[in-house]
Design a protein around this ligand. Structure first.
Ligand code: NAD
Length: 363
């Protein structure tokens, strides 16, 4: 199968491409605009593989998309390209509307025209997989608001959409477009909604890498609000294997929620990272005995969702997918990866990409 992956130079897209090239016989065409979040150095491990090719292009550019579909004749699309950082969506929503909504529309129209002219066999096999987030569902009751011992609800594939931020509402819009193109035009689509990812090659503005790198530099670790926000963390390589399972075996027209059954309060995530760093870093930054001493609490983000948690039973029962990593094993791997891969993140920091003043509580 030839898979066209959009956003393949990003955090999750690069994990998906490494997974496909290393674990399957499929080939990949990576389409990426290389925004601040795109980094081809996340793909050095597979960049010379004959089953991999890169095209720098903007998914909003209809002419470029038509040309790429005609040139490579893909069997499937995995659409990950997006503006993905919640804080950036609050200060500058325009790029989110442009890429996440208009870009998805352009890609759907390009795919529809291309799919319509395929012969019957290829037409039947074609699939358009849209990769989305659990943030489209809004937030869930927090244990603080519930009676002791109450069963806390989870997001299922049937949960009504109720996005809170410009980011999540632009992703919700794109999900609606994908469903409409399936229902109205019969385009064979699949949608996945996943919880927060973490792992190697994560851009340093996001919570987990930001905590690791700020701690190593002896900088404050400012936590939004009281740090009680709960996220359901999934190791990025588990997400990549789930996405491949869905694109290759998922039932057309279906939605699958993907999660790691790893609900953690942000403050506990930060403390866990500090404890691992205490163990593995010999020389602490000046003035501290333990990394936790760097934690500081700052004013909360507007509209900050309090709890996300995924019910991933459908993908488990229908496709047999389960995550391999627990939060404890995955977070340790992640910390060790950042310690061993300074070249990758130092080059990003040197370009002053990361805003190290804030910790991010969403994606
Ligand atoms: P990312 O920001 O790391 O990567 C996005 C990639 O898309 C970058 O390589 C960027 O250059 C590219 N891109 C942006 N605009 C583009 C455009 N107009 N044309 C072509 N390429 C463009 O994001 P990520 O964390 O890897 O997320 C990938 C997808 O997964 C997104 O759709 C996101 O909504 C979804 N998702 C992310 C998470 C998470 O925790 N990170 C969780 C669930 C779902």
């Amino acid at each position: 199968m030839k898979i066209l992956v959009t956003g393949g130079a990003g955090f999750i897209g690069s994990a998906v491409i490494r997974y496909i090239i290393n674990n399957t016989k499929d080939s990949v065409v990576n389409i990426d605009k290389l925004t601040y979040a795109g980094n081809l150095e996340s793909l050095t491990e597979i960049e010379n593989n004959e089953r991999y090719v890169f095209e720098r292009a903007d998914i909003c550019d209809s002419e470029a998309m038509v040309g790429i579909f005609a040139k490579y004749q893909p069997d499937a699309v995995m659409h990950l390209a997006a503006e993905s950082h919640v804080d950036r969506s609050i200060t500058g929503p325009a790029a989110f509307i442009e890429t996440n909504i208009i870009g998805t529309y352009v890609l759907l129209e390009t795919a529809r025209t291309y799919w319509n002219q395929l012969d019957e066999t290829r037409k039947k096999a074609f699939r358009f997989h849209h990769i989305s987030t659990d943030e489209v569902y809004g937030d869930l009751p927090h244990p603080d608001e519930c009676a002791e011992g109450a069963v806390l609800p989870l997001f299922t594939e049937k949960t009504a959409y109720s996005p809170s931020s410009p980011y999540s509402s632009s992703k919700a819009s794109s999900d609606h477009l994908v469903r409409a193109w399936s229902r109205t035009y019969g385009l064979p689509t699949l949608i996945t909604n996943c919880s927060n990812n973490y792992g190697p090659y994560h851009f340093p503005e996001k919570l987990i890498p930001l905590v690791i790198l700020s701690a190593l530099a002896g900088k404050p670790l400012p936590v939004y609000g009281n740090g009680e926000q709960i996220r359901d963390w999934l190791f990025v390589e588990d997400h990549a294997s789930a996405l491949y399972k869905v694109v290759s075996e998922g039932k057309i027209g279906e939605t699958y929620n993907i999660g790691g059954h790893n609900e953690r309060r942000n403050i506990d995530v930060v403390k866990t990272i500090c404890k691992i760093l205490d163990e593995v870093v010999n020389e602490k930054p000046a003035g501290i005995r333990q990394f936790e001493e760097l934690i500081t609490y700052v004013t909360d983000r507007p509209g900050h969702d309090r709890r996300y948690a995924i019910d991933a039973s459908k993908i488990q029962e229908d496709l047999g997918w389960v995550p391999e990593e627990t939060f404890e094993s995955g977070i340790r791997k992640t910390v060790v990866w950042y310690l061993n891969n300074q070249r990758w993140w130092q080059r990003i920091l040197d370009k002053s990409y990361a805003d190290t003043n804030r910790l991010e509580g969403g994606e």
